[in-house]
Design a protein around this ligand. Structure first.
Ligand SMILES: *[C@@H]1O[C@H](CO)[C@@H](O)[C@H](O)[C@H]1NC(C)=O
Ligand SMILES: *[C@@H]1O[C@H](CO)[C@@H](O)[C@H](O)[C@H]1NC(C)=O
Ligand SMILES: *[C@@H]1O[C@H](CO)[C@@H](O)[C@H](O)[C@H]1NC(C)=O
Ligand SMILES: *[C@@H]1O[C@H](CO)[C@@H](O)[C@H](O)[C@H]1NC(C)=O
Ligand SMILES: *[C@@H]1O[C@H](CO)[C@@H](O)[C@H](O)[C@H]1NC(C)=O
Length: 279
């Protein structure tokens, strides 16, 4: 640690290089005395605060928050700041670090290194896990015929990868055809989808899908075929036809009655046409 006392260390041009040296040394030195990890949770796009535990009421010679053994995140050396990660800010108490604009790649172990004026050192591991909420699953239904439907539920932008699950009311006449959770190589976030086949012989029922704790709406499946929108027209046309046919018969009978009277067999026809036959 002699290098720490070298005034050159305070030269910003050298500080990063020397810092790396100090950090590496410290890492090997105190791995053995590291206590349990502190867990920290954040969401993509959100922020977290690393609170590095301070064990002594003493001047702090240096404080580093680093990612793994070599990557400096934020901190100071004898109150001099070193180039920090852009999305971090040192708290007023000088041993907390605020990190915002979280993305999945920020997940992992961080190390708090503190050296006090009496050269006592402490280090604490903080494990950050960044998660992302899946979008509410959406369903698309395609029916081959009245008895066979394929339903696909999809959801995107979640982390960690989770399988799409089904919740179906009623009969067991359905099965999952496939299931996939694919990760975007850049954002590392997952799209999760699943397709299920429904046998509709047993009538209508309802389903929903869920991924993690995000659940879709309830959707109906195997609903009876929609009424033909032309049905109305057909009914009206049929009614009109029957009325026309009825009146044609009436007219035909009336004419028959009339011709019958002229032809002299009036009595017979009158009986046929009723007492008050059409005149
Ligand atoms: C940090 O996150 C909290 C909620 O977790 C929010 O209320 C706050 O506005 C955020 N701060 C910044 C600077 O984004
Ligand atoms: C799942 O199965 C459906 C129907 O067979 C198909 O359209 C879809 O592409 C499949 N999805 C995957 C991820 O394999
Ligand atoms: C995930 O879904 C989004 C939105 O539908 C799409 O833009 C993106 O390409 C998908 N990513 C993968 C890895 O399938
Ligand atoms: C995650 O944030 C870092 C900055 O902290 C940035 O360099 C990186 O590009 C971001 N990754 C994504 C996928 O946005
Ligand atoms: C659907 O179920 C009925 C009996 O409930 C069965 O007879 C029929 O073969 C099934 N169809 C398919 C496509 O599985």
């Amino acid at each position: 640690m002699a290098s720490c006392c070298n005034p050159q260390f305070l030269n910003p041009r050298h500080s990063l290089h020397l810092l790396a040296l100090v950090l590496t040394v410290t890492w090997h030195f105190s791995l053995t005395e590291s206590a349990g990890k502190i867990q920290l949770k954040g969401e993509v796009g959100g922020n977290v605060t690393f609170r590095c535990p301070v064990v002594k009421q003493q001047t702090i010679k240096f404080f580093y928050l680093q990612r793994g053994p070599h990557i400096f995140v934020n901190g100071f050396y004898e109150s001099k700041k070193v180039q920090p990660w852009e999305n971090t800010r040192l708290g007023h108490d000088k041993t907390t670090v605020h990190m915002d604009s979280l993305n999945i790649s920020h997940s992992g172990d961080y190390l708090c290194l503190i050296m006090y004026s009496d050269s006592h050192k402490t280090e604490t591991v903080i494990q950050l896990s960044v998660t992302a909420n899946y979008s509410k699953p959406e369903a698309t239904v395609s029916c081959r015929d009245r008895f066979s439907c394929l339903v696909t539920c999809t959801s995107h932008g979640g982390y960690p990868g989770t399988k799409m699950m089904w919740n179906v009311n009623g009969s067991l006449d359905w099965k999952v055809v496939n299931n996939s959770d694919m990760s975007d190589p850049v954002t590392m976030m997952f799209n999760s989808s699943s397709t299920a086949h429904f046998n509709c012989s047993n009538g209508e029922r309802e389903f929903s899908c869920h991924v993690g704790n995000v659940t879709s709406n309830m959707f109906p499946i195997c609903t009876p075929q929609k009424k033909d929108p032309n049905n109305h027209f057909v009914i009206i046309a049929a009614a009109t036809c029957s009325i026309l046919v009825f009146f044609s018969i009436v007219v035909w009978l009336w004419r028959k009655c009339k011709t019958g009277q002229k032809g002299g067999e009036a009595t017979d026809v009158r009986q046929e046409c009723g007492v008050n036959g059409w005149r």
